[in-house]
Write a protein that binds this ligand. Structure first.
Ligand code: GAR
Length: 201
């Protein structure tokens, strides 16, 4: 069993997709140790509670104590000693110390075809830019913002006149599929990283 920690700050639909894949035996060999979040009262928290997954909240409410919150987050995750950290809609830049300690072990899902539209509100950025194709990316986290080696991507055509909500839904369907696929590859030790390139064995 590989020990997995989930990081999430929001609705938790990607978390739900991963949990469903484990529960339905579409993927095997994953044990979710904990949900770690920077916010309470989220959909992700409710999903963890329903599944009896322990929840740890790291307090980021005091912006002047950002460094100590980052230190806490690093400590919480290090103490759990996971094989893999899944960042499923965790809306913070991870502390460098954490990223370096878990090199090629932190997997993030992002709602664009990176390197286009990194950072926040990627779907909105893509719509405003007027791209015809956007999509979802699953990648390892490095010390940059959404710059780590790409594991999987899936493209989505932008329908003419699409609203932000429509494009978000189309991208999310792809996120749910490729995040489960990427985790499956990780669990089966089929991912090898060579510099920026991810080789799938
Ligand atoms: C997802 O669309 C994910 O790609 C995005 O947050 C959403 C979380 O949805 N993450 C980022 O934008 C990170 N830069 P969810 O809570 O329903 O899984």
């Amino acid at each position: 069993m590989k020990r997995i920690v989930v990081l999430a700050s929001g609705r938790g639909s990607n978390f739900r997709a991963v949990l469903s894949a484990i529960e339905d035996h579409r993927i095997a060999g994953a044990h979710i140790l904990a949900l770690v979040s920077d916010r309470s009262g989220t959909g992700a928290e409710q999903i963890a509670r329903d599944a009896n997954i322990p929840i740890t909240l790291v307090d980021y409410s005091d912006k002047s104590k950002r460094a100590s919150s980052d230190e806490n987050l690093t400590k919480v995750i290090s103490n759990l000693a996971p094989d893999c950290v899944l960042a499923l809609g965790f809306m913070r830049i991870l502390p460098e110390k954490l990223v370096l300690a878990f090199r090629h072990k932190i997997i993030n899902v992002h709602p664009s075809l990176l390197p286009a539209f990194p950072g926040m509100n990627a779907q909105k950025q893509a719509l405003e830019y007027g791209v015809r194709v956007t999509g979802a990316t699953v990648h390892f986290v490095d010390t940059g913002v959404d710059t780590g080696p790409i594991i999987l991507q899936s493209a989505v055509q932008v329908p003419a006149g699409a609203t932000l909500e429509e494009i978000t839904d189309l991208i999310q369907a792809e996120e749910h599929r490729i995040v489960v696929q990427a985790l499956d590859l990780f669990l089966k030790d089929q991912i090898q990283v060579d510099g920026r390139k991810v080789l799938i064995k």
